[in-house]
Structures are given as C-alpha cells and as structure tokens.
Design a protein around this ligand. Sequence first.
Ligand code: ATP
Length: 356
Amino acid sequence: MISARALTKTFGQGETAVTALDHVDIDIRENEFFTLLGPSGCGKTTLLRLIAGFELPTSGTIELDGQDITALPPHVRPVNTVFQNYALFPHMTVSENIGFGLKMLGKPSGEIDARVKQMLSLVQLEAMANRRTDQLSGGQQQRVALARALAPAPKVLLLDEPLAALDLKLRKNMQIELKSLQAETGITFIFVTHDQEEALTMSDRIAVMRDGQILQIGTPKEIYDKPTHRFVADFIGDINILEAEVEGTEGNQTRVRLKDGTTMLARSTGDAETQGHCAVALRPESIRVAQAGETPALQGQLENLVYMGSAHNLHLRLGSGEELVVRHGGSTEGMDLSQGAKIGVVIASGGARVLA
Ligand code: ATP
C-alpha cells in the first residue's frame, strides 16, 4: 500500500549536514500494524513525517496505492497522525475535538454528529462526550486523540510514540486497545516506538532502524528468533553475544570456534555467508543447565543468581572472560548455586545463531 524507494532526507548543508534517512526502501501492506523501531535519533520520526507530508525528501519517492505522493501537501494525503503530546484543544469538549477535522473538511453537521458518535463508541468514551479535554486523564486524552485522527477515515494512521506519556500499567492496557482498534477498523497503522517490548506485542511487522537505515523487516517472531544483524539481536530482548571465528559449514549450519576454544554449530540467518570473525547469539531461554551425565556445550563459573519471579537468571563467567546469562525455569533444589560454582550448559537445537 505504501512503497518508499531510496528515500533520503538530509537536514542542513556542508559540514553540519545530518542524514536522517539514508536510501530507505520500505513496503507497508494494507491493514497492517507496522512498527518503526530503533534507538533515539535513528530516523523513525523523519520517516513518519515524510509519509505524512510534513517534510519533503531530499531524494527518493513515496507511493500510496500506486500513486506517487512524494510532493503532495499533507492535507490531501489520505493519512492522519496521532502525536506524542496528543495536541488536543483544551477548551473544546471531547465531541468537538473528535469532530474538528470533519468540520474543517466542511462536512454537514448531521454527518459529523453521526461520525463523532461512532468514534466515541469505538474508543469507549460515550460518557465523556461533553467534558472538556483538560478534565480528562492521560489515557482518556489519548483515546480522544485517536478518535479525532480516525474520524475522517484515513487510509493510513501514523502514530508517533503515542503511549510514551502514559504510566506503565495504562500503557500496557492501551497497547492492547490500540491493537484491537487497528484490527476493528482495518486501517493501516504505522507506529513509531523505541520500546522493543511494545513493538513485539503490537506489530504485524517491525522495521528495525539504525542511523537512518532499515536493518531488518519482519514479523516479531522473525525479528526475535532470526535476527540478521548483531544490532537487531542485541536491541530486541535479552541475548548473549559471544565473539567467535567461523571454522566451516556443516549442512545448513556453521561450525564456530569461541574464544575459549570450544566449538559448536550455529544457524546462519544473515543474507551473506559469514566468514572469519563473527558473533554467536544465544537467547537465555534457549540455553539450559546441563543435567548430570549430559555433556555440556559450554561451562562457566557462577557469578550472580538473579531471582526473576518465575525463573532464575544465572550469570556465568566463561573461560574467555565473557558473560553468559542462562534462564533456569525449574527448581533449584540439589543444584550447587554457590558463587564460583562450575556450571555446564546445553544449547537447544537451533538455539545458536551466527551473525556477522
Ligand atoms: P527519537 O526517538 O529521539 O524521536 P527518531 O528516531 O525519531 O528519534 P528523528 O527525529 O527522525 O529520529 O531524527 C533523525 C536524525 O535527524 C537525528 O540525528 C536528528 O537530530 C536529525 N533531525 C531531525 N529533524 C531535524 C531537523 N529539523 N533539523 C536538523 N536535524 C534534524
């Protein structure tokens, strides 16, 4: 539905020029909950603003439904935006805020009233219709902002960190509400966040960005299980990254030698075949403590034991000096968990990934 090609945006000129987006290619599908995820300054907001039309690209194109919209002004694009600070009109009621965009479009008042009612019901704010928005809680204001942006029935809704101002509990609730709102309306949502957990929970697909570029696009599961880039692996969820050297390939796996001399098989998920120096990525949940009689894949000394509620995290120091965090979900009865205890671990089949 939205296709950007070689999209580049440079701010400033000469020595002070900043390339906020660097030849970005992206295809976003209809009805998709699509998330732009990355650390501060990676270009997420710039990409959103280019799609909205608030900024023009330095080069590259954006198409919507096959039509080139690169140079179209914002108000004629079938796109609407929800901002982080909501930007509501404090002196207007909830209903007036929601109907504001429709009024500006010159819609007849009967049509506006009907649509406002529909939107109030969608975001479950019927009881607040006549209240001024400065008399609402943060979560309620957020819902008004959403209803207002959805009222003109845009094809695409852009959301720039819309939950950032909410406390953790409300934020979790709104994540679920937002996801079901998207499913209910069938509108394409493009959601910006720097919070990996939020991205994993809500998205159909995620684009992970760094330094103005997209490193990987995939479903939350693909991004989590099969990162193609060391940065993506590290940015999403807990992970152990160990330095290694490639020894050769065995079937569809790569044999790697870790710094302490141990060798193991790891799956390759990158596009290019990895050679020479590489990283082995291990999620804590794909490693477990070896049982008596089992040959461990790795061994380390216990440095820290962290209670996590439903599991323990064992922080091991490997012979190479690197740290390895292992999640142990079962009982710790009968285990020697004293500081410095020698602990062997085994790796689940396919649990090790090799990254360039
Ligand atoms: P955040 O999560 O902090 O909002 P972001 O990923 O949305 O970050 P952008 O706001 O897109 O990042 O900024 C990308 C880069 O472009 C940054 O280095 C930023 O300083 C720069 N930048 C953005 N807007 C401008 C501007 N109007 N003038 C100059 N530089 C800008």
